[in-house]
Design a protein around this ligand. Sequence first.
Ligand code: IDP
Ligand code: MG
Length: 139
Amino acid sequence: MLERTLAIIKPDAVKRGLVGEIIRRIEAERFRIRGLKMVHLTKGQAEEFYAVHRGKPFFESLTTFMSSGPCVVLLLESESAISRWREVMGATDPARAAEGTIRRQFGTTIERNVVHGSDAPETAAFEIAYFFNALEIIG
Ligand code: IDP
Ligand code: MG
């Protein structure tokens, strides 16, 4: 099924100059980029975006990290975009991520794992609407 998902190039990757490499990978995997922008989240916005993780031990550190510098957010479209982008990213913990995945290649810790991807159609819809209005979505 043709799907849309939200991808984020996290602040660690932006700071390390990995934006071009990750977008190259997105295009090589034949995702269509339907939206793209750079944003610097406030702490409150990071907390709102990651609200499902509120109460978890890593929530405070995660939202501080995600608001520590700019991110690049992308709206990706393809067949099975949600699961396919998660496969390209690899497992949450870079040390456990499969060889050849973005997180395995570039991630440094379970928190600083370079990229985000929506995990289901409902979360994708929420996350896409969080960052993109109708005028900013192409096609
Ligand atoms: P996901 O990004 O692979 O979907 P989630 O469980 O949704 O993983 O967690 C959201 C983000 O929170 C992760 O990408 C990572 O940055 C961070 N995170 C998840 N689990 C931990 C942890 O155990 N310690 C520190 N940070 C974590
Ligand atoms: Mg998640």
